[in-house]
Design a protein. Structure first.
Length: 242
């Protein structure tokens, strides 16, 4: 068994027993909580590598409220939200507040395991020799630490998904990227709901780099997106990072 620790927050006992067994059979260590306060207390005291959280929790805190406080404490831990029959507003609200992925119940356990592997392995075109540091105008993006810096000061901590998306853009700067390709690379699947969530993440990245006139993320109608980086922001000319 690996030392990967997963926090599962869901009040559906029957479903949770199935998930815990499936996750443990896959080699993960699982802590199961049935309400938001218990989950928050566990997160404060223990280390977790990934969270799976139902948005409709009973009693004191909703799933999205727990996600917000977890995200405020830790910007890097991947959070997968789940819900039965989510509305589009609920979906977008979750992504705006820090969710990295969203699964609609009932979902296939194999799909959940696939999402977990994608997050834990960061299979976004990065490898041991891939570039991990990029200069975007006067902002330094460090992929390993998931941080944006200016003059050695951290100006933004990115979530796992934000960092993966920005890294994917940086590795393919000045290229038109199809929406389907981005989603398959980062989410492992393509559908309309994920396309809307991608739009939310890109909107957030644009906000983070809006002060940099030499860097833009353009929408290419009917196709996808393109991150344009002017020559003076090209790390191959400006920096000697490995």
């Amino acid at each position: 068994m690996s030392d990967i620790r997963i926090l599962l927050v869901d009040d559906n006992i029957t479903l949770s027993l199935i998930l815990v067994k499936s996750l443990e059979n896959a080699g993960y260590l699982v802590t199961h909580c049935t309400d938001g306060m218990l989950a928050w207390n566990k997160f404060m005291k223990e280390r977790f590598d990934l969270c799976i959280m139902d948005s409709a929790l009973p009693r004191d805190k909703k799933g999205i409220d727990v996600m917000k406080v977890i995200r405020a404490k830790n910007s890097e831990v991947p959070i997968i939200m789940t819900s039965a029959k989510p509305t589009e507003d609920e979906l977008l609200d979750c992504f705006r507040n820090g969710a990295d992925a969203y699964l609609s119940k009932p979902y296939n356990v194999s799909e959940l395991l696939s999402r977990i592997r994608i997050f834990l392995k960061r299979t976004t075109t990065v490898g041991a020799s891939s570039q991990k540091t990029f200069l975007l105008g006067d902002i330094l993006f460090e992929f390993d630490s998931l941080q944006l810096k200016r003059d050695n000061w951290v100006i933004r901590d990115l979530t796992e998904r934000e960092g993966e998306l920005l890294h994917y853009f940086c590795m393919n700067k000045n290229k038109v990227l199809r929406k389907e390709d981005i989603l398959m690379q980062l989410w492992g699947k393509y559908d309309g709901m994920l396309e809307r969530s991608l739009t939310v993440f890109i909107s957030k990245l644009r906000k983070y780099i809006k002060s940099q006139h030499s860097v833009t993320i353009e929408t290419i109608p009917w196709i996808g997106f393109k991150m344009s980086v002017c020559a003076q922001s090209d790390t191959s000319k400006s920096l000697a990072y490995s």
